[in-house]
Design a protein around this ligand. Structure first.
Ligand SMILES: NC(=O)c1ccc[n+]([C@@H]2O[C@H](COP(=O)([O-])OP(=O)(O)OC[C@H]3O[C@@H](n4cnc5c(N)ncnc54)[C@H](O)[C@@H]3O)[C@@H](O)[C@H]2O)c1
Ligand SMILES: O=C(O)C(=O)C[C@@H](O)[C@H](O)[C@H](O)COP(=O)(O)O
Ligand SMILES: [Zn+2]
Length: 343
C-alpha cells in the first residue's frame, strides 16, 4: 500500500512524496540510466547496508555538529573522487541531518545535481525531507547557509522506523504536533486521544498522522516555496527551538521544537491570543508524548540567541504566534519587546 502527495515546484514537475511500502522497490524510483551516489550517516549505513551498499556511497558523522560546511566540503571531495558529474543522481538516505546536507551538496556541487531522499526517521518523513529547505549550520547557528531546492522524490517507508530509537521517534512526533497546531486541529486531537505507545505500535494511526503532517507541509510549500509569507508558519516553535539548540547540545531538534511550542504557547497566551485552556492542551500533549516542556536555560540567554535567528529583519524578529489550535499568525517583535519577554 502506498500513496503519493505531490508538492508543486515553480517551473518544474512536482516533487513526489511517496508514503508506504516502498523501500523494496527503491530501484523503481531512481532515474533510469543515471549513476546513483548515496549520502548516508554511519548508523543508517550499518542498519541498511544491503540496500545502500548496492550503490556508490559517501558517509557523514552523526549529529548536529556534523551538519557543517566542513562536512559539505568533505562530500564535494568524495563526489569528485568518485567522478560524479551532472549525470549523477544523489540519494540522501537518512534522517533530517542527512537530508539537509545531502540536498545542500546536491544543489551546489557542479551548480546542482538531481536528487531524492529515502527519509528514515519519523522527523525526516513528516518534515525535514519535504519542501526543499537544504542547508548546514554555521558558527552554531542553525541552518544559516543553504538553498531552497526540492528533491525529485521523497520515500517514506514506515517500516524503516522499526529500527529507530524511541527517543528519536518521540522527537519526530513533536514536528507532527506542530503541523496539527499550524493547520490541522484534527491531527492535534489525535495526540489527545492516543498514547505514545499507540503511536509507536499502531501502524494505521501512525500512517494517518504522517500523511496528514505531510499534507500540511505540502500545501504550505506549494503556496510559498521560498518563505515570503505563509511558509513562515512552518517555523512555529522554532524561534525558541533554534535558540535552545544554539545554547545547549542536550536536546534533539524535535525536543527543542517541543520546548519551543510550549514557550510560544505561553507567549501567545500572554498576548491575549491563545486561551489558557488551549495553552494547557498543548503542554499536556507535549508531556504525554514524552517530550520536554522546558530547557532549563535562562531566558535572557535564549532571547539573546534568537535575536540572530534567520527570521530577524533589521532590529525585529518574526514570531509565529497561535490564536488557537490550527490557527497561527506571524507578528514581528522588536528587539526592545524581545528584551521585555518574561515567561
Ligand atoms: N529541512 C527542513 O525542512 C527540516 C525540517 C525539520 C528538521 N530539519 C533538520 O533535521 C535535523 C534533525 O533530523 P532527525 O531528527 O531526523 O535527526 P538525525 O538525522 O540526526 O537522525 C537521528 C538519528 O537516528 C539515526 N537513524 C536515522 N534513521 C534511522 C533508522 N531508520 N533506524 C535507526 N537509526 C536511524 C541517525 O543515524 C541519527 O543518529 C535537524 O538538523 C533539523 O534542523 C530540517
Ligand atoms: O520547512 C520549513 O519551512 C520549516 O520551517 C520546517 C522546520 O521544521 C525546520 O526545522 C526548518 O529547517 C527550519 O527552518 P529555518 O529556516 O528556520 O532554519
Ligand atoms: Zn523543525
Amino acid at each position: 500500500m502506498k500513496q503519493t502527495i505531490e508538492v508543486q515546484r515553480p517551473g518544474k514537475s512536482p516533487s513526489r512524496v511517496v508514503i508506504g511500502d516502498v523501500i523494496n522497490s527503491l530501484e523503481n524510483y531512481l532515474p533510469e540510466g543515471k549513476r546513483v551516489v548515496v549520502i548516508a550517516d554511519e548508523h543508517v549505513f550499518h542498519a541498511y547496508r544491503p540496500i545502500i551498499g548496492a550503490y556508490d556511497y559517501c558517509l557523514i558523522g552523526l549529529g548536529e555538529t556534523n551538519k557543517t560546511l566542513t562536512t559539505a566540503q568533505k562530500l564535494y571531495g568524495e563526489l569528485l573522487a568518485l567522478g560524479a558529474d551532472r549525470s549523477t543522481f544523489i540519494l540522501g538516505f537518512g534522517g533530517g541531518i542527512v537530508t539537509d546536507i545531502a540536498g545542500f551538496v546536491a544543489s551546489t556541487y557542479m551548480r546542482g545535481l538531481p536528487f531524492g531522499f529515502v527519509a528514515s526517521t519519523l522527523l525526516a518523513q513528516v518534515d525535514a525531507s519535504v519542501g526543499g529547505k537544504n542547508g548546514v549550520n554555521f558558527e552554531g547557528y542553525k541552518n544559516m547557509v543553504g538553498t531552497f531546492n526540492q528533491p525529485d522524490f521523497v520515500l517514506c517507508d514506515l517500516s524503516l522506523l522499526q529500527t529507530l530509537p524511541e527517543r528519536e521517534f518521540r522527537a519526530g512526533l513533536a514536528e507532527i504536533v506542530k503541523a496539527g497546531l499550524i493547520a490541522d486541529p484534527g491531527l492535534f486531537e489525535l495526540f489527545e486521544r492516543h498514547t505514545l505507545q499507540e503511536f509507536r505500535t499502531d501502524r494505521a494511526l501512525l500512517l494517518d498522522a504522517v500523511t496528514r503532517a505531510v499534507h500540511v507541509k505540502a500545501d504550505i510549500v506549494a503556496r510559498d516555496e521560498q518563505e515570503h509569507g505563509d511558509r513562515r508558519k512552518l517555523n512555529l516553535g522554532h524561534t525558541f527551538a533554534h535558540a535552545v539548540e544554539k545554547s545547549s547540545r542536550e536536546f534533539l531538534h524535535g525536543e527543542a521544537v517541543a520546548i519551543g511550542l510550549v514557550m510560544i504557547a505561553a507567549l501567545s497566551e500572554q498576548n491575549g491570543m491563545l486561551s489558557p485552556a488551549d495553552a494547557a492542551r498543548i503542554r499536556t500533549v507535549v508531556e504525554k508524548m514524552g517530550l520536554p516542556l522546558a530547557s532549563g536555560i535562562e531566558l535572557p540567554r535564549l532571547l539573546q540567541a534568537l535575536k540572530l535567528d534567520k527570521k530577524k529583519e533589521s532590529k525585529s524578529v518574526n514570531f509565529v504566534l497561535m490564536n488557537g489550535v490550527g490557527d497561527c499568525l506571524i507578528r514581528p517583535f522588536s528587539f526592545d519587546e524581545i528584551d521585555k519577554i518574561v515567561l
